[in-house]
Design a binder for this molecule. Structure first.
Ligand code: NDP
Ligand code: OXD
Length: 313
């Protein structure tokens, strides 16, 4: 029995090399080469071709090579076997770096400084202390919680919003529909680390932006979205930046990726774009993580981080 590696959008060979290096007791085959579908027991994938997994009659487990599984569950023919996502300290640390870097950009007035430098203007914008700035994190899961704790250590007033109520020391918790308005109303910098599901699609829209705090020390609220592009209505982000509902935005994920060259998202002066690399899946760290799970299975132990198909994350 073999393990099939199927990745789209990433070079296959570095992944295959790492899996063979860290899991040399297993037989690894690439979906880019010839293989017998009946030999495949587990599949290790990132955005595999729709239908590919349905063609594997003995498949027992699917390992997704990232944290978000929305692209996989969009495949209507996805076999009903355990689907495992990545929860790994390397991925979490990368996301916390991205979030912290960009919260600090908003807090330390990056936009004003760049604009002033371009015009050789010496400015003295008001610089509030971190303790005067309220960060709100939508999605207080593996990634959101780590970022929240780091930001709280930097002195920011941090709150999180999740589906179920959470008690995290030093972080103000809000949950569900009932908690959303109050969460937004106390938020100067909104960080989004939600999964894309039927419930969250399009949640970052004009109505939500209008609910953010207007009484903060930064001159208006900021948005940082590193969750998924399907969470956001891009026309609403642009309109909110134009009319001042948002003071600025940093966006890593888009409705269409790669972001098409003609998209107005590229050139809006109040918008910073990154190319869906807030937290890359590192082949070395992630292959070790998946191999550890395969060894757990081989010992008859339960898999960790199995996706709940009902909630969609
Ligand atoms: P988790 O599953 O650990 O956390 C998800 C969080 O979102 C949980 O707190 C959950 O609430 C909350 N949530 C889900 N649905 C809702 C809802 N309807 N209303 C309110 N809260 C909700 O995921 P991770 O933290 O590991 O990852 C989050 C996402 O980050 C991924 O799904 C992926 O899309 C994105 N990502 C982006 C990357 C990038 O490079 N841009 C890299 C890695 C991930 P509860 O705790 O109550 O379940
Ligand atoms: C992920 C991603 O979900 O890279 O891990 O977006």
């Amino acid at each position: 029995m073999a393990i099939l590696l199927a990745v789209t959008g990433w070079p296959t060979q570095p992944w295959l090399d790492r899996f063979r290096q860290h899991g040399d007791e297993f037989e690894w085959v690439s979906a880019d080469a010839a293989y017998d579908p009946a030999d495949i027991e587990h599949a290790v994938v990132w955005k595999p071709r729709p239908g590919l997994l349905a063609g594997l009659p003995r498949l027992r487990t699917i390992f997704n090579l990232g944290a978000g599984i929305d692209a996989l569950v969009a495949d209507r023919g996805l076999p009903d076997v355990p689907l495992v996502r990545i929860v790994d300290p390397d991925l979490t640390a990368r996301m916390t770096e991205y979030v912290t870097f960009n919260v600090l950009r908003c807090h330390r007035r990056e936009w004003e400084h760049r604009a002033a430098q371009a015009e050789r203007r010496w400015i003295s914008p008001e610089q509030p202390a971190a303790a005067e700035v309220r960060v709100g994190i939508m999605g207080l899961g593996t990634l959101g919680r780590d970022a929240a704790e780091v930001l709280a250590r930097l002195g920011f007033r941090v709150a999180g919003w999740s589906r179920s109520a959470k008690a995290v020391a030093g972080i103000e918790g809000f949950a569900g529909e009932a908690g959303l308005d109050a969460f937004l109303a106390r938020t100067d910098i909104l960080v989004v680390l939600l999964p894309l599901t039927g419930e969250t699609r399009g949640i970052l829209n004009r109505r939500l932006f209008a609910g953010l705090a207007r009484d903060g020390r930064l001159g208006g609220p900021y948005l940082i979205n590193a969750g998924r592009g399907g969470l956001q209505v891009e026309a609403d982000i642009l309109a909110a930046l134009d009319d001042g509902t948002l003071a600025g935005a940093v966006v890593d994920v888009f409705e269409t990726e790669p972001l098409p060259p003609e998209s107005p998202m590229w050139s809006h002066p109040k918008l910073i774009v990154s190319p869906h690399n807030a937290a890359d899946s590192d082949p070395d760290a992630v292959s070790r993580n998946v191999v550890a799970q395969l060894r757990r299975l081989a010992r008859g132990e339960a898999l960790e981080h199995v996706v709940d198909r009902a909630t969609g994350y």
